[in-house]
Design a protein around this ligand. Structure first.
Ligand code: EPZ
Length: 430
């Protein structure tokens, strides 16, 4: 199978303005939540990025009988022909976020069939917290040769304490509880902005959800939900990726169309590393900065430093004067990009969930392999900053979460081209 690649000529600083599109991690649960609409009126979603994961979720919804049209960064979804409760194995394997269909299908149809979403290159990605919560709401879940069947004549409100503030489990349980009989209280939930976005969308459909963004979400079940039109929030991870690309190349860019407060932990840590950042109402400006190492970057659930920016931050620190330590506390195996960066002359030592870095003056261009979308984005940043030519292989990973990344970078002065690759490349062993 052809795998495309980016060919990057390093050494150009980024200059100019980039406008950020809608958040992948808001879009995916909200697309799944559209299943809850039992009216025959369309749902309209605005500010939708044209990325692979959107097209995969669109195919999944169509496989359930929904009509989904994507045009001009807008999704129009009609649910009157919802006819299936089974998500195919192939589609489950294609994208982990298909697990978001469990809550809505159970709530709407009283049954759902899925299979275990594939683990991926950042860890096993269990879904035990999803199951525990759905069972607490009255679902019966059984496994039969790899398939998972869940059924519930009706869902009943419950008090649920999440063992870990899982983003996906919080969202799945919110989408199940909105049509449950009675009240549900979810404790120790994820507080990401994408959770607040989902709450606002569900309430736009007529749900009664309160508390998103805090440790506790309270839901009062209703009989049925209708349609609504909704604009999703901008992608804070894509915004952070561009800020780090500018910092790593010594550039000056304005990142606009964002909610700066969603990046408070990122801005604070980048400033600690010497980045000069100014916040405006819907944008962040980064000036040419002299980077220095930071004692520790520890990834945490929101509002802590986001795990999805750990890889791009590693590139920035690989080029910062002095020593830094990164602790990846969310995922078990999210350092694969470090082995690719070592091949570019980065000085990094990995010890379990810790990465120790000693800044170098220059990275050297070479062939590297993207292992997940954020690792891929980090390798692009490394290529932009490196001396010589860097080829990033398997960029399908990047296209899952970044809409034509190379076009936005070209507009900022980067020398990056998309090329037909040969075949899937293997990453460095780790
Ligand atoms: C969401 O994944 C995001 N994906 C991830 O973004 C993000 O990295 C992650 O949250 C953490 O912020 C989407 O929103 C589509 P979790 P999710 O459940 O929901 C463990 C990207 O690059 N866990 O909060 O899968 C799990 O193993 C992607 O855009 C359980 O143990 O994350 C992990 O260690 C990557 N049991 C930790 O919790 C469960 O049932 C965080 O997982 C569920 C999770």
């Amino acid at each position: 199978m052809f795998m495309e690649r980016f060919v990057i000529e390093g050494g150009n600083t980024l200059q100019g303005t980039v406008t950020i599109k809608g958040a992948k991690n808001s879009m995916l649960p909200i697309m799944a939540a559209s299943v809850l609409n039992s009216s025959d009126r369309n749902i309209e979603l605005f500010n939708i990025p044209d990325i692979i994961d959107m097209h995969v979720m669109k195919i999944i919804l169509e496989s359930l009988g929904l009509e989904v049209v994507f045009s001009n960064n807008t999704l129009t979804i009609n649910t009157k022909r919802l006819s299936s409760y089974a998500v195919s194995d192939e589609l489950m394997r294609e994208m982990r976020s298909s697990i978001f269909l469990m809550g809505p299908l159970l709530a709407r149809l009283g049954k759902v069939r899925v299979t275990y979403p594939g683990g991926c290159s950042i860890g096993p990605r269990p879904i035990d917290l999803h199951f525990k919560g759905l069972e607490a709401l009255g679902a019966e879940i059984r496994e039969e040769n790899g398939s998972i069947f869940a059924r519930a004549p009706y869902l009943k409100g419950a008090v649920i304490h999440l063992d870990f503030p899982s983003v996906g489990a919080t969202e799945n349980l919110m989408m199940a509880a909105v049509l449950a009989r009675g009240k549900t209280v979810l404790h120790n939930v994820a507080k990401e902005p994408e959770i607040v976005d989902l709450q606002n969308f569900l309430n736009g459909m007529g749900a009664i959800v309160r508390g998103a963004g805090t440790d506790t979400i309270r839901i009062t079940g209703v009989e049925a939900l209708g349609s609504c039109s909704y604009r999703i929030i901008p992608d804070r991870i894509v915004a952070g990726t561009f800020l780090m690309a500018a910092a790593a190349t010594g550039g000056e860019i304005l990142v606009k169309g964002i909610i700066p407060s969603h990046l408070d932990a990122v801005v604070a840590k980048m400033r600690e590393a010497g980045a000069e950042l100014e916040a405006y109402e819907d944008s962040l400006f980064i000036r040419k900065s002299k980077l220095k190492g930071v004692e520790k970057v520890c990834t945490l659930p929101y509002p802590g430093f986001p795990t999805d920016l750990q890889a791009p931050m590693m590139v920035l620190l690989a080029l910062a004067r002095g020593r830094s330590t990164i602790v990846e506390s969310i995922f078990e195996a999210r350092f694969k990009h470090a082995y690719e960066l070592q091949r570019m002359n980065a000085r990094i030592h990995i010890d379990g969930r810790k990465a120790y870095l000693w800044g170098v003056d220059k990275l050297s261009g070479t062939d590297v392999v993207a292992t997940d979308l954020r690792a891929g984005a980090a390798l692009v940043i490394a290529g932009l900053a490196a001396e010589g030519i860097t080829t990033v292989h398997n960029i399908r990973h990047i296209d899952r979460g970044y809409e034509r990344l190379e076009i936005d970078l070209q507009k900022l002065g980067a020398k990056i081209q998309r090329e037909k690759g040969l075949h899937e490349q293997k990453a460095a062993s780790c």
